[in-house]
Design a protein around this ligand. Structure first.
Ligand SMILES: Cc1ncc(COP(=O)(O)O)c(C=O)c1O
Length: 343
């Protein structure tokens, strides 16, 4: 069996229950002068929408096979990853504890509200860096194991060698959808932080021997000491798990920090304009923390003529942040200005 067959037969849960469409963005494309398609991974149930679900389908199949009964995940109150873990735990009947880098009480809005609604136990550990948060999560795992729980810990953003295979599968799905439209995949643009999405897409591209360019737009700084090195390790590790002999090097990892702005969850140039343009041309929502930074990059790179088409904006989800008052107030305050400067 070749590696692509092994990948296709990978044990995985069906958490999404449907194949997300790829959609030509006709009006948006006309505005920015490049052919843009959108892979609609933002569509799904409110809990299980977004890119993390693809990772969880593979990771949780493995966790359950290992006998896990309790999931532990870490993140911020904005995290789509921990919200998806909470929803996936609910739907698979696993217990779930989330370790969150905030003080209690926090306003119960956006993803945080959903985390609670899906029945996750929330542990607030106060302001913590990513490495400190990981230490807190490890301590919670030890505590639960000492209490007799069979725990499976998901790393930050649910990124791992195994979960990157969820996105290698996703690449194959997109390629087939674009082929059915008579189109190839020129460039994929997506928001990137913990790396599972990027490493999986890079691996999928390599497994198909395709020349697509995968461009990760960094939305969170310093997630790892060596970000490209860690992404490469995920992609290579994923390849090893399916016995694929593909040559992957650092040059396959294509990340830009130019659109990070002031940092994770903080303002960046072009973000409000990106939210406005996609909403008013296509009725598609992107959020200021993740996906709007990728769209801001896409628009800027298109205007500079630095994108090879057809371009696919991989919509990784995250619209929930728009309903967090911190962001909704900012977006609302900008709407009048944006309507005056619209492309
Ligand atoms: C909406 C959204 N887009 C993109 C990302 C980044 O994906 P990855 O962690 O796989 O790099 C995340 C991760 O938190 C996310 O929630």
């Amino acid at each position: 069996m070749n590696a692509l067959d092994t990948l296709a037969q990978l044990p995985r849960l069906d958490l999404r229950r449907f194949t997300s469409p790829v959609q030509y963005l006709e009006r948006f494309s006309a505005k920015i002068g490049v052919e843009v398609w959108c892979k609609r991974d933002d569509i799904g149930t409110v809990g299980l929408a977004g890119n993390k679900v693809r990772k969880l389908e593979v990771e949780l199949a493995h966790a359950i096979a290992q006998g896990a009964r309790h999931l532990v995940a870490e993140g911020s109150r904005l995290s789509n990853a921990v919200r998806a873990v909470a929803a996936a735990a609910a739907t698979t009947g696993l217990r779930c504890t989330l370790v969150l880098c905030h003080d209690e009480p926090c306003e119960p809005v956006g993803n945080l509200l959903l985390d609670g609604l899906f029945g996750a136990h929330l542990r607030f550990v106060g302001n913590a860096s990513w490495p400190e948060l990981a230490q807190h999560a490890e301590a919670v795992v030890t505590e639960l194991e000492n209490a007799g729980e069979r725990v499976y810990r998901l790393p930050i953003g649910c990124a791992s060698e195994r979960s990157s295979l969820g996105f290698a599968l996703a690449y194959a799905e997109l390629r087939a959808q674009m082929a059915a439209q008579g189109r190839e995949v020129g460039t994929i643009v997506h928001a990137s932080s913990s790396g599972g999405t990027h490493s999986g897409l890079v691996l999928g591209n390599a497994l198909h021997g395709s020349p697509s360019k995968i461009r990760g737009i960094v939305v969170a700084g310093e997630v790892y000491d060596d970000v490209p090195g860690q992404y490469l390790a995920f992609a290579r590790g994923g390849a090893r798990l399916i016995g694929a002999e593909v040559e992957l090097t650092r040059s396959d990892i294509n990340l830009t920090e130019d659109y990070l702005g002031d940092g994770y969850g903080l303002p960046a140039p072009g973000v409000m304009e990106a939210i406005d343009l996609l909403a008013t041309t296509e009725g598609i929502l992107v959020d200021p923390v993740y996906s709007a930074k990728a769209v801001a990059a896409l628009i800027d790179l298109a205007v500079r003529k630095e994108l090879e088409g057809p371009v696919v904006f991989w919509h990784t989800g995250g619209y929930h942040a728009l309903f967090d008052p911190h962001y909704s107030r900012k977006v609302w305050a900008e709407i009048e200005r944006l309507s005056a400067v619209r492309l």
